[in-house]
Each structure stands twice: as C-alpha cells, then as structure tokens.
Write a protein that binds this ligand. Structure first.
Ligand code: APR
Length: 308
C-alpha cells in the first residue's frame, strides 16, 4: 500500500477503526498505544485477519511514534474514560494533557498529515489538537457529526421501515446533548422527514439522537460506544484518502460561519484530500440558529476551562 493511516489509542474505538481500515484495504495501518504489548498484539491479530479478508494492508502495533512517520491521516482516540469521583473538568484537563502530548509526537513525525480527533469531549479536544499542531484549520477535522447523523439515520429507517441507504440526516453543533438535529434537512429519498412522520415521532428521534451516546453507555454498564464511532472515523478517513469531496458533518474551526468564531463546532464540510476543504453554509431559521448558538456556548465553556 502506498497510503498510511495511524490510529493513536488501541482501545475499543481505535482498534475498531484500525481493523475496518485494514479490512477495506484503504491503507497500511499503524496502531499506537502507551500500553506495552496491547497495540502489538491487536495489530498482529488484525494483520492475520487480512488474508481472510483479502486485504494486503500491512498492520503494525507499536509504542513508538517513529513507526507512524509519514502518515497521510492520523486518527486520535487516545484518552481516559471518566472514573468514579472524577469531575467533568478533571477528565477534561486529563484528556487535554494526553491529546497535547500525542499531537506533538504526531506532528513531529507526520508534519503533512490530516488529523481526525475522536477523543471526547470532542470539540474541545479538537481545539487542543488545533493549537498544539499549528496546522491550518483544514487539517484538523473532528469526528462527531458522522456518528450523530448515523444514529439519527438508523432511527429514521426504523421508524419508517425503509433502507438506511435512503436516509440522510443533518446534525449540527457540538458533540453533546446540546447537538442540533435538523429535521427539515433530514430526508428519506429526498423527502424531508417532517413530511413523512408526525411531529411527536420527529421530536423523539431528535431527542434519542442527542442522547445516543448516553443510551449506549447505560446499556454497556462500563465503557462507551465503539462500533459506530469506529465506522464514522473510517468514513472520514476514506473520504480523505480517496479525495471524495464528500459532504459530511464534521467538527471544524469556524471563522464566522454560522455566526461562530474561533471555535470547533460540527457543521457540514466538504471532505477531500485537503481535509476540510470547504464549510457548507445554509440559512438557518431563528429557532435553529438559537439552538446552534446554545450548543456553541456549551463548547466554549469547556474551551474556556482549558484556557484555549
Ligand atoms: N498515548 C497513547 N494512548 C493512550 C494514551 C497516550 N498518552 N493515554 C491513553 N491511551 C490509550 C489507552 O491506553 C487506551 O488503550 O487510549 C486508549 C483508549 O481506549 P479505551 O479506553 O478503550 O476508550 P475508547 O472506547 O476506545 O474511547 C476512546 O474515543 O469515542 C471516544 O469517548 C471516547 O474519548 C474516548 C475515546
């Protein structure tokens, strides 16, 4: 393979994403973690699955950033889960420290890469990566909206008993419970769901989407979602590697678009070889804009705690 993707963090999300990149033969894959043996073991296991999957991707697990050198895309999933007794701000500061040090190493070895942060709280961690990398905004593109809209699409398909392939969902804002699903731009075969479902069902779908992460956490008992987050990160990686110019909802550093400045917030972007090549702006109704403003304010609160 002549393309290379590194995945930092070989936990649930990182390993799921790495495996899918290798299965799809999108690139050679390096999986890095601070745990000794774990990335090596998982990487070797994935490599040994490749003959069965018919993939010639080479997979390597490592603790050494030198092995990530020259990556085209780096997906960052490293981080800590919240432990009992840990406040939200404690977690925020701990993960910010991890992301800062990971970013410095990534940039040292892959100065031209595109970074896809996945670690939560997503929008604030994107801001950490952006500042620590010194990269132009096109090359730091956070994974959140693809996951949120995939959740919404699966709920829409379920409510209408139609193929998920006919569904399209539009979600703006920060990756948290203040996210803004937009029903009038969410469609089935081009028809807005507002014309297909009654308002109570539409509201229930939007609500379930905004709380989609919490729903999985509650069911799992320990840990958080990883299959859909892994798939979402890989859709972004594929769009970049194949220069697809795919319009996907991603967290990008806004510079006045949607009335937001100097903050990562989820909006539709054109994703291609250059990263987030264009922010797609649409006119929002006052209620939608107010919800987006509220979501951006929630992101800003976290960024302010970090002093960024
Ligand atoms: N460098 C590299 N890896 C690290 C570092 C570090 N400094 N610190 C922690 N890690 C690794 C851990 O050793 C662990 O293997 O990050 C991995 C995180 O994996 P999990 O705990 O399984 O978490 P996961 O479910 O994969 O979620 C990762 O993605 O969706 C988000 O909210 C989620 O922020 C979380 C992240």
């Amino acid at each position: 393979m002549n393309r290379k993707v590194s995945v930092i963090g070989s936990g649930n999300v990182g390993a799921t994403a790495a495996r899918s990149i290798a299965d799809k033969e999108l690139a050679d894959v390096v999986v890095l973690d601070i745990l000794e043996g774990v990335p090596q073991g998982k990487g070797l296991d994935m490599l040994e699955a490749c003959p069965i999957e018919g993939s010639d991707s080479r997979v390597l697990g490592t603790n050494d950033y030198a092995d990530t050198a020259g990556s085209d895309v780096v997906v960052i999933t490293a981080g800590l889960a919240r432990k009992p007794g840990m406040s939200r701000d404690d977690l925020l500061n701990k993960n910010a420290g991890i992301i800062r040090s990971v970013t410095a190493e990534v940039v040292k070895h892959s100065p031209d890469c595109i970074i896809v942060p996945v670690t939560n709280p997503l929008d604030a961690m994107c801001q950490v990566v952006y500042r620590a990398s010194g990269f132009p905004r096109e090359r730091v593109v956070g994974m959140a909206g693809v996951l949120d809209s995939a959740r919404m699409r699966s709920f829409i398909a379920d409510a209408l008993n139609v193929s998920v392939e006919n569904t399209h969902a539009f979600v703006l804002g920060g990756h948290g419970d203040t996210m803004v699903p937009l029903p009038r731009f969410s469609t089935v075969a081009g028809i807005p769901i507002t014309q297909l479902l009654d308002p109570a069902t539409v509201d229930a779908i939007c609500d379930r989407t905004a709380n989609g992460g919490a729903e999985i956490v509650k069911l799992l008992g320990t840990g958080s979602a990883y299959y859909a987050p892994g798939s979402a990160a890989v859709e972004m990686v594929e769009a970049i590697l194949k220069d697809k110019k795919k319009i996907l909802p991603c967290a990008v550093y806004l510079q006045g678009e949607y009335g937001v400045r100097d903050l990562f917030v989820g909006v539709p972007v054109k994703l291609g070889a250059g990263g987030a090549e264009q922010v797609i702006e649409i006119a929002l109704e006052p209620g939608e804009q107010a919800a987006l403003d509220k979501s951006a304010a929630a992101v800003k609160e976290l960024v302010d705690v970090l002093g960024l």
